[in-house]
Design a protein around this ligand. Structure first.
Ligand code: PLP
Length: 459
């Protein structure tokens, strides 16, 4: 120790502390006011809010909560609890909580090796976010037409595979499930990854297995619009160590997920420039509770839908949506195809007049990004700059790729979408409600179509 330093050390001994202890007892950064902002967002009355404030103000919050997943000092943060509950629910090795379903897909595609010059096969019906996440990964989405289940048609899949294909990304559409067995067999034959987009069907099962656990990665949106979700969140599940690590790197470029965050790469492909898709603690707190409800929700919806379907007569020209697993789907929509859009609209009008929440595409319907034909940012091949990467990426062109999109690529999806009738069901319907709904549906279909025992069955 130099003379000067030892002088300083001795002068500090026994001296007064620069900051008094009481200075840490001011208002915490996050305290009652923030808590009340959340209570207000729940929609409590003014009277209730005042009572909540009175109770909340009684406790000493100390330094207040630390609302981030990392460095919280808690034995288990809300994000960790959410991931923990997802691992248990799905019976998987890894669950990664992220900020949205789109983020989970982006992480999945990056993890699976999607990048310049590579293609991913996406379904023609689902939501644009799947294809968008491929493009965000600098890959090219290739659309596969659907069958009457509205899921990817496995018989159309193989001819879309090229040396550039990396993955297949079937979407489980609106509570139903994609026909995964043949899709998995084709993927295996060609050495491709399967990324299941389960955003619309969380809790559904295919042949006894929860969707998301069958492919290499399962992606979920846990948003307010989905079967379970608070505001905005996403979830990625996998059993694969490498995919998990790479998905983490994409989700969390600060390296906080690593045992030693700033250590050099431990293996090839571990480190690259990811982004930040971390989930907030507040969102995770809500989503953990939501996740705990999903199996009961699936059972209630499935019971309701099956009971109604069993009541239905069969009619000439009415094709029920094909169900790849009738007992596994979540069943919040009952769907069928009349022979054309005009008849679909008449049937919907009559159902609505009888109090049934039915929908179809209006005659002058605007574009809809649930159908590939209308996914303009993809089909118009728009990049954020005029170079239009990745569609015109030289690497893609060098590898023989030629991005091309036309509505005629997936004609079945366009045709089915135009004449699709969807009836929204309620998980809380009593058996009597189901029987009444079935009777009214029979009545309305009977007005427009001839009852026919040889027509396709509902189940
Ligand atoms: C099939 C599908 N995939 C992905 C997403 C994107 O989820 P998020 O809105 O959470 O990003 C959605 C959302 O509507 C979806 O329906």
């Amino acid at each position: 120790m130099t003379e000067k330093k030892s002088e300083m050390a001795s002068s500090l001994q026994g001296s007064m502390k620069a900051v008094s202890k009481s200075a840490t007892h001011g208002e915490p950064k996050i305290g009652v006011a923030e808590f009340m902002a959340i209570a207000k967002r729940f929609g409590f009355s003014q009277d209730a809010l005042e009572k909540i404030r009175a109770i909340a103000s009684q406790d000493d919050l100390g330094e207040g909560p630390f609302l981030a997943n990392y460095y919280s000092g808690l034995p288990e943060t809300c994000v960790q609890a959410f991931e923990h509950s997802a691992r248990e629910l799905f019976g998987v090795k890894y669950a990664l909580a992220v900020s949205s379903g789109t983020a989970s897909l982006h992480c999945a595609f990056i993890a699976a090796g999607v990048g310049p010059g590579r293609e991913v096969i996406c379904p023609a019906i689902g939501f644009y976010a799947t294809a968008a996440a491929v493009v965000q990964s600098n890959g090219i989405p290739v659309f596969c037409d659907v069958d009457e289940s509205l899921g990817m048609d496995p018989t159309k899949l193989e001819k879309l595979i090229t040396p550039r294909t990396v993955a297949i990304a079937p979407t489980h559409v609106m509570g139903s499930v994609a026909n995964l067995e043949p899709i998995m067999a084709i993927a295996k034959k060609h050495g491709l990854k399967v990324i299941e987009d389960c955003a619309q069907s969380c809790g559904a099962t295919y042949r006894g297995k929860l969707v998301g656990t069958i492919g290499d990665i399962g992606c979920f949106s846990i948003s307010a619009y989905k079967i379970v979700g608070g505001g905005e969140a996403g979830l990625l599940i996998t059993n694969d160590d490498t995919l998990w690590a790479r998905a983490n790197q994409q989700a969390e470029c600060g390296g906080l997920w690593r045992p030693v965050r700033f250590a050099p790469p431990r293996w090839d492909g571990e480190l690259f420039n990811g982004t930040n898709y971390r989930l907030s603690e507040l969102e995770a707190a809500v989503d953990t509770v939501q996740m705990g409800k999903v199996l009961a929700i699936q059972q209630r919806f499935n019971h309701v839908k099956q009971r109604i379907l069993r009541k239905l007569d069969t009619f000439q020209g009415i094709t029920p949506q094909k169900l790849n697993d009738a007992t596994g789907e979540v069943g919040y929509l009952l769907r069928f195809y009349p022979p054309n859009g005009d008849l679909a609209r008449l049937i919907v009008q009559d159902l609505k007049a009888r109090g049934i929440n039915a929908n179809c595409r209006p005659a002058d319907a605007p574009p809809d990004w649930h159908l590939s034909a209308y996914m303009y940012p993809v089909t118009e091949m728009r990049g954020p700059t005029e170079d239009n990467c990745p569609f015109r990426c030289p690497i893609y062109l060098e590898r023989g790729g030629k991005a091309h999109y036309a509505a005629s690529d997936c004609p079945i999806s366009v045709d089915l979408y135009e004449r699709l009738v969807s009836i929204s069901l309620n998980q809380w319907y009593s058996d009597e409600d189901c029987d009444n709904l079935g009777a009214v549906l029979n009545q309305v279909l009977g007005i427009h179509c001839k009852q026919d025992d040889t027509a396709p069955n509902w189940l």
